[in-house]
Design a protein around this ligand. Sequence first.
Ligand code: NDP
Length: 314
Amino acid sequence: MEHRKVIIIGSGPAGLTAALYAARANLSPLVFEGSQPGGQLTITTEVENFPGFPEGITGPKLMDEMRKQAHRFGAESKYEHIDRVDFSERPFKVYVGDTGYTADSIIISTGASARLLGLDSEKEYMGFGVSACATCDGFFFKDLEVAVVGGGDTAIEEATFLTKFATKVTIIHRRDELRASKIMRERAEKNPKIEFKWNSVVTEVVGSEENGIKKLTHLQLKDTNTGAMEELRVDGLFIGIGHSPNTSLFSDLLDMDDNGYLITRGKSTYTNIDGVFACGDVQDHVYRQAVSAAGSGCMASIDAERWLAEQGIE
Ligand code: NDP
């Protein structure tokens, strides 16, 4: 089996920053980039809040630059998806199918994915009116009407952002009270373009097809109190019901909170297994920013480097 001092699982800002630091510490890290190389930022358009880019930079370009910078110092990427890990003894083992790799330390940066409603029709219209990312797709709904599902900060933030483009944004929430913070709530309530549809769930996404191109036309809603059905005419649907951490690989191995986020010790990136570190959205459901993920990737690499040195592995 191929052996490395550091193997990094995941290739968003956390993983690639960890790779950069580990490479510059001469640890020749191997990054498993997974099924979405570059992570969530590769499905965004403009990133305007990553320091150092006063004119903004696109998500894919930012991730390409991060990867190049890490590779320049000797990090290596494999565009493969780890489907099994064995942390029961050292060196640790990770597997892509039947191919195994060993590592003295592991940095986990598998991130989180947007949660979806789970409807077949939602899947069918994904990219054709349905989206899980207002910052990526809001622009396509200029002068159109859209709906956002959810009642948390994500939904309210997405809805508020969408009012820059859409003529009307309807927030569909399954209860009659928002979970979002007071400041976000007040901002949405004051926005004349935002309307609320309380006690409602989306039961079907409906559309039509013209010249082979699918187009969302309306939603079927169900009242959660009375069961009454209703149609809502919209051109777009944004799913803002939160994110799930990508941690199924580590169930029963690593400590997680009730929502499946990895738990790291104190202010460090140590998990409950010595030599296994976690950084980025997979262990942070609060900040979830590219720059905070990159910061924690740096921390994970420094933690790993110091831990390896303590084990006599330089
Ligand atoms: P939350 O878990 O806070 O909210 C998810 C929302 O979606 C809830 O209102 C929930 O309803 C609803 N929901 C969940 N599943 C379904 C479903 N299957 N069908 C319909 N509705 C559903 O997630 P968020 O992503 O909003 O926020 C996560 C964290 O990130 C929070 O700590 C938040 O404060 C933070 N955040 C902060 C931001 C900021 O400060 N700018 C921006 C975005 C997020 P119910 O309320 O009934 O459970």
